[in-house]
Design a protein around this ligand. Sequence first.
Ligand code: CP3
Length: 342
Amino acid sequence: MTQNVLQVLSGQEVKPYPIWMMRQAGRHLPEYLKVRETAKDFIDFCFSPEKAAKVTLQPVERYDMDAAILFADILLVPIALGRKVEFIKGTGPVLEPIQVSDINTFTSNMSVVEPVYETVSKVRDRLDLSKTLIGFCGGPWTVATYMIEGKGSPTKEIAKRFAYENPGAMAEMLLVLAESSAEYLIEQAKAGADVLKIFESWAENLPPPMFDKLVIEPTKIIISRIREAGITVPIIGFPRGAGLNAIRYARQVDVQACAAGTDVPLQSFRNQIPAHIATQGNLDPLALRIGGDTLRQAVNNVLETISGPHIFNLGHGVSPDVKIANVHAVINHVRTGDGDYV
Ligand code: CP3
């Protein structure tokens, strides 16, 4: 059976545009919260294949999304590298900040993330063949920012300083992350992921030479390793907030789609990247939270700026306060021309 998402990723325009949403499995869904309550903590949740498979499937069951995205997190790879990671309610992820002297002491134990592959295979077994299962990892730079800063940071100043002042250690760390992320994605594909996505969520505010070293080079390594392993599934890159650097990313990194954050003018982006590379995005998540005519207009604005192979999505993730009726309305709008916004 054909998957419309795979058709788009092979370079074809498919209308209506296939649709899924980042963070579609999450706290805006009561059925997610119910399963979440039964898990000891967020990491335990990610490493519980039965529970993780269940919540991965929920948005496809409720909304008929065209793709399911594996329920896991980009910060599981640092755990496999021996780093302490905690998710604290109301604060988000907290890690033990890494020092330059720690770089040589990485111990990679990828068996820690094996439950994730079991989740993938359970989901693929249960998911309709017309639906696409997306596996993912974090971009090495984004994961490194969390490992260096110890938490999310608006400016990434500590991580950028680390990169300026310790280029050798930084390159080494990105290489370790690229190699382990590649292995992680290869195993997800072997377990049944149809597509792989690399979330480089903190690609903003980097001078171009730094962007090349910190984002483009490590991502190229991940993709080379995947292809060397004989894995042929399409790959979506998401250099969020990268501005014009995203054009170089799409031209130089061998991705089959480039996802765009909310700030990207899709029409001009489309015209500046190779025609066979699909785009994905980029509805403002805040418009989804506001709803009503604001949301209708925002969806129309995106639809008016896209052409060619495209997957409809947000520019970033669904937040816990999003109304279910508005997610339905966006999907109906994309598929039929309008939706019942509230
Ligand atoms: O639906 C999906 O997108 C699937 C799974 C997914 C999660 N995290 C689940 C999650 C994916 C693809 C991610 C990626 C991720 N995780 C990124 C990159 C994408 C992005 O959003 O920029 C980043 C930066 C992280 C790190 C992370 N994980 C943060 C900053 C937080 C806390 C923020 C928050 O919303 O609480 C998480 C936790 C997290 N990851 C949740 C979910 C559903 C919320 C956890 C909960 O239930 O309390």
